[in-house]
Ligand binder design. Sequence first.
Ligand code: HEC
Ligand code: HEC
Length: 314
Amino acid sequence: MIPSIRLIKLVVLAGVVILSVLYLEGQEAELKVPAGLPSIPWPEDNLYTPQKADLGRLLFFDKRLSTDGSVSCASCHRIPCAFGDSTPVSDGIHGRPGNRNSPTLVNTAYSKFQFWDGRAKTLEDQVKGPLGNHSEMTEEDNPQKALELCTEKVRQISEYKPLFKAVFGHEDCTIDDIAKAIATFERTILSGNSPFDRYQLGDKTALSSEQIKGYETFKRVGCINCHSGPNFTNGGFANIGIGMNQPHPEDTGRFEITGQMKDWGSFKIPTLREVTLTRPYMHDGVYMMGLTLQKQAFSYTETSELSFVNIRFA
Ligand code: HEC
Ligand code: HEC
């Protein structure tokens, strides 16, 4: 009797050990976010792993994803510009100019909509935009064909094979794998732990008195109605008149997606994180200085009071 009880105990113990190992392996690694930011809303079907984010980073900076090898995501989303660009519109493949300003990608993990008009709901969907866009990364007119060509190109690059195998379980990647990896990397581009965050978390010495005054003004004049929360945006859309002073504006923003008059001339309310690095501003990049906007749109002139928005990488 005794040996068999021991045996049962051993079997149970071994089972517990195996289950714990499996459980731990199934756990996704946690990504620590900088102070002041909420945890990242990872999608159920694309949870974080460090290997996936690394693979996404390689793809993001790889010009071979464009048909002629001249443009990568990072050509328009440049690190010195907080993953935005320094020109009003960025040049794509063969120098073809785009029609909107390249937005910063910092904290884009928290956005419910991607693009100035919000036409992509997820970062995974968004990736397929530039890869299939004739003015951005492909010479191919048909977006579907362009995505197939891009996938085929990545499949030919031998050094990616083991990386896709490790992350997705197969060497031959699909366009969805490429999108998932890049989106995972993008969700790790975070800006927080600024003096403002430390101030909000209770360190009352983190901001100068001038900056505190600026924050009070920011709230008083109503910037906070739209640029609210840890990412300085309420996630919605608004028409603040940019480019809307002509009888037939070329770009009517969100209206082009929904067809509803309430969205006419509305654009996504952008984050103000890293705003000193992301100029020129607005969907058309016409404003070099955010302060010009403030004066024009809000007749507000006490410019120095708004210096608190100079939020930098931690
Ligand atoms: C030729 C320049 C260019 C290239 C290359 C490019 N982008 Fe962009 N990106 C833009 C522009 C311009 C927009 C805004 C377009 C719009 O709103 O219609 C944008 C928007 C975005 C957005 C939405 C951000 C937001 O706040 O709404 C994300 C995310 C993004 N790009 C990621 C990428 C990724 C990933 C790649 C590579 C696969 C890439 N981009 C390649 C210019 C570029
Ligand atoms: C009604 C909502 C609303 C209010 C109030 C508001 N903004 Fe904005 N803000 C927006 C929208 C929408 C955009 C983008 C507009 C566009 O591109 O056409 C924007 C863009 C900006 C930008 C440019 C960011 C970039 O990356 O291009 C800055 C800077 C800015 N706002 C600062 C402020 C300040 C400071 C105030 C208060 C004086 C303020 N905003 C009030 C909605 C608002």
